[in-house]
Write a protein that binds this ligand. Structure first.
Ligand SMILES: C[S@@+](CC[C@H](N)C(=O)[O-])C[C@H]1O[C@@H](n2cnc3c(N)ncnc32)[C@H](O)[C@@H]1O
Length: 386
């Protein structure tokens, strides 16, 4: 398996600050690691909440893989759906899942502890606060089901890190990441990921379209736009825009049901091709690149950005959205989740806005800015101009 790109560049502080930083970190770590300090901090009323939170955070790190499997079982058995109209008895939930009652109680109590469900009386369960969000969100549920593959790929993380694993579940799932002939992929090979992308697109599209107005643009080209779910959201919000979709031929072949309905031909054009080989269609004054750049190593990412820049007129715009590193709230998603996801997939990496900015400059864009958006955990958004 190929590497996942260059290392993150880190700004090293000047010498005296580094010495101070190391001294402070060594003192803090010595204190936090001392059993005597831990016992004291747990007893002293002012530090007790911090000590408990710290112990809880560490336990969650150890137990995270169990929580994920509880979530997986809840999604597979559709438990949140079953209680969404009102609480249910343990016996009826156990019957539905064909599980013995004691085993079902074990799963339900685990789901209660994770706030997916709530206990509403003796042997009676209802929807919990996280379950209430999950039950409405097809994208999260599809992601959780799909994690069965990723979970197996992570079974031996050290082999993955050493590059000893040639074929993973995720390289098979995302065949363009591993294939020299993306053009030749067929519908069976792209079907599963295209469906996952379509069903998980709505939250991303809302974030992007709330953060950036398309009022002044005429024609938008969505590059790597999958089966058109983002364009459908654009079409609903901005009826004046002409729309173009570009993705692999096999993906475009499946686009029909997701495309903005009613006005093919005049308003919407679709193009099948390989963006590393085929020219992008001209005519757009704005290109969108949603959850695409992080799939590629720096050299390919630069090639793609150059192709986009050449397809735009002077003053044209690139709207780029994907999970990014370099933010307190999104670092776990970008560096831990996507860091390992993309490594298992075989290439790509989540970048910080600074790293993306540097690629944009090298690709020929004259300026760029990071937009503020309410949920940086899911995606962050950069607008660049040619
Ligand atoms: C992670 S998906 C994102 C899809 C969509 N933008 C979204 O956010 O739902 C990446 C997309 O890039 C497309 N893609 C990957 N390599 C490509 C290539 N060489 N040429 C054209 N499209 C490509 C894939 O087919 C896929 O639809």
């Amino acid at each position: 398996m190929s590497g996942t790109g260059q290392q993150t560049k880190w700004q090293t502080p000047p010498g005296w600050r580094l010495v101070l930083l190391d001294w402070w970190a060594a003192r803090r770590n010595a204190l936090l690691g001392s059993r005597r300090f831990q016992l004291w901090a747990g007893r002293f009323p002012l530090t007790r909440p911090i000590a408990r939170r710290q112990a809880g955070d560490l336990f969650d790190l150890c137990a995270g893989f169990v929580y994920s499997q509880v979530l997986f079982a809840v999604v597979q058995l559709r438990l949140c759906e079953l209680v969404s109209d009102g609480p249910q008895q343990l016996s009826s939930l156990a019957r539905h899942a064909a599980l013995p009652e004691d085993r079902m109680a074990r799963l339900l109590d685990a789901a209660v502890s994770l706030r997916l469900l709530e206990r509403r009386g003796e042997a009676r369960y209802g929807l919990g606060p996280l379950g209430a969000v999950l039950v409405q969100n097809q994208g999260i549920k599809a992601m959780v089901r799909h994690h069965a593959l990723f979970y197996r790929d992570l079974n031996d993380p050290l082999s993955l890190l050493r590059g000893d694993v040639r074929q993973t579940g995720l390289t098979r799932y995302w065949p363009y990441a591993d294939s020299m002939a993306a053009h030749d992929l067929d519908s069976a090979q792209v079907g599963a990921y295209s469906e996952l992308m379509a069903v998980s697109q709505n939250l991303i599209a809302a974030e992007v379209l709330n953060a950036y107005s398309l009022a002044r643009h005429r024609c938008l080209l969505d590059v790597g736009g999958g089966t058109g779910a983002f364009l459908s959201a654009v079409a609903g919000r901005w009826p004046h825009l002409r729309l173009m979709l570009f993705d692999l031929p096999a993906v475009i072949g499946q686009a029909g049901p997701h495309l903005p309905s009613g006005e093919p031909g005049q308003r919407l054009q679709v193009f099948g091709g390989d963006f590393f080989v085929d020219p992008l269609p001209p005519g757009a004054d704005i290109v969108s690149l949603i959850r695409v750049l992080h799939d590629h190593n720096d050299d390919d990412a630069l090639r793609l950005l150059r192709a986009i820049c050449s397809s735009l007129p002077d003053g044209g715009t690139l709207l780029l959205a994907e999970p990014m590193a370099g933010h307190r709230e999104s670092d776990r998603v970008a560096n831990a989740y996507f860091g390992f996801y993309l490594m298992a997939m075989g290439k790509g990496r989540a970048r910080s806005p600074v790293q993306i900015g540097s690629l944009l400059r090298r690709a020929g864009f004259s300026g760029h800015r990071l937009l503020a958006n309410p949920m940086p955990l899911q995606t962050r958004i950069i607008v660049a101009s040619k």
